[in-house]
Design a protein around this ligand. Sequence first.
Ligand code: F6P
Length: 370
Amino acid sequence: MPRPPRLRLRKIGILTGGGDCPGLNAAIRAATLAAIGRGWSVQGIPDGFGGLLDGVRLRPLGAGQVRGIAHLGGTILGTTNRLNPLQVPVRRGGGTILEDRGDRVVERARRLGLDAVVAIGGDGTLRIAEALGRRGLRVVGLPKTIDNDLSGTVVTFGFDTAVSTATDALDKLHPTAESHRRVMVVEVMGRHAGWIALHSGIAGGADAILIPEIPFRVEAVARKVLERERRGRGFSIIVAAEGARAVGGGERTRGPAEAGREVRLGGIGDWLASELARETGKEARSLTLGHLQRGGSPTTFDRLLATRLGAAAIRYLEAGRTSVMVGLQPPDVVAVPLREAVARMKAVPAGSDVIQSGRDMGIAFGDEAA
Ligand code: F6P
């Protein structure tokens, strides 16, 4: 393939979109420092792509604005998973329609003199980036999400920190579960992919792990609890991804979906705890880790990954690569077309050695035959 011509860039914008995660600030810092090191000026775009809609003010970013932020959770630019400029809910004729304001975003970026945009986001934000790229916006994406469900990178930043938080919670729950001889169900995030549940469950010594990729039967989980009981292990710890579902059932949701938004998931933990109490006759409790998993200082791994990806985004832009996402394919950081990165979700593969290893440890996945 012929090499794209090097770009002459003077000014770029950086934004963070979707749910926040640890590592965003490290990525903003890295992209900013790499850009100003090349003599470019950098503007911070508030609250994702919606920040490029009319009326929103950009914030100049220099070394002073990004100093000392690599270890901080959250994002100094703000973020939202509510506003998608390609689907803006507008009241019309007593109802709500979704309006596409993508062209306005591309036009405003041009009027602001932004030669390119670094978009740090999950599947939603990168999908918007891909669509705007096709309409003429120069854009490079960075994969962030605690869910680790993006293709084109073996891991997204934010995931390692979230797994550490969940593993730490499991370590803390073990003694209380054991002391009371209870069943503890821990609900972790993971809408469509069970990476957090799988990795924290194995690292934290869970007895059953339920993930969206493997529909489960309550009886199989109850069998595991009772089998442990017979062996003198009076307690059990179950980790369930929020998107896990029973065979033939659907995901558990909180309230109806709002226009243009994904429905909020949640409730599997409470539901499963009461089902297990009924099936086993044991006392059961549930705990939802929720947004704790998105908080805290990023682990060393996440800081390093976010920094590598942030700096690489600038190198790729300079080399003329746009409409790409930078990703980790060890030992390298690579650029994959945004189109490919958003084409399919990265689910836990059925033949995953991590699942195999879990089964070898005697962990139940809820699909075991009687
Ligand atoms: O995509 C990350 C994620 O943490 C999902 O696992 C979860 O379903 C969702 O965000 C929750 O988002 P919020 O409550 O911020 O709308």
